[in-house]
Write a protein of this length. Structure first.
Length: 173
């Protein structure tokens, strides 16, 4: 078993999620909002965020390839599962677990923007701004973390640890 320690406890994640949900509920009042979760990492944050939002929303998921089994970004984004809905005219809010290089989000924003939706914005629960390779505007920024590889709360290392309720770091493999 690797040595794991908690970086962001669940209470802090919950408080930030509620704050973001309040802002989203206010900003999108009276608008047709579609939350698009990025699988797999974003599933847990999506479940918590959508329950804290107080306006009507639709929910969909997109699955993109990310790091494989290493901790280094390939820079290549591949769609493994596309969204199901026609998004023309809808307000899209992309729901992410973490923004690292920014490559995935840049790709997804451009992809949605090309489909003539009303707006495309981004919400992430974790952000590693020190790792950015491309500039990216984050409309709903969660918790800023240092340049460490994190696991838990949806995030994996080699497809494990997604079920940990806190955001953790691996001290020793
Ligand atoms: P980006 O394209 O480099 O911004 O990274 C996007 C994706 O890489 C995230 O949505 C995660 O799924 C994954 N990722 C980035 N950093 C971490 C990490 O520290 N732990 C686990 N997955 C990560
Ligand atoms: Mg992700």
């Amino acid at each position: 078993m690797p040595k794991i320690s908690v970086l962001i406890p669940r209470e802090e994640i919950q408080a930030k999620t509620e704050e973001l949900a309040r802002r989203i509920s206010e900003d999108y009042k009276g608008k047709d909002l579609l939350l698009v979760g990025v699988l797999k990492g974003g599933f847990m944050f999506m479940a918590d965020l959508c329950r804290a939002i107080t306006i009507d929303v639709s929910i969909d998921f997109i699955s993109v390839s990310s790091y494989g089994n290493t901790t280094v970004s390939s820079g290549v984004v591949r769609i493994l599962k596309d969204i199901d809905y026609d998004i023309t005219g809808k307000h899209i809010l992309i729901v992410e677990d973490i923004i690292d290089s920014g490559l995935t989000l840049t790709y997804l924003k451009d992809l949605f923007a090309a489909k003539h939706c009303a707006s495309v914005k981004v919400c992430t629960i974790l952000d590693k701004p020190s790792r950015r390779k491309v500039p990216l505007e984050i409309d709903y920024q969660g918790i800023v973390i240092p340049d460490k590889f994190v696991i838990g709360y949806g995030l994996d290392y080699a497809e494990k640890y997604r079920n940990l309720p806190d955001v953790c770091v691996i001290e020793e493999l």
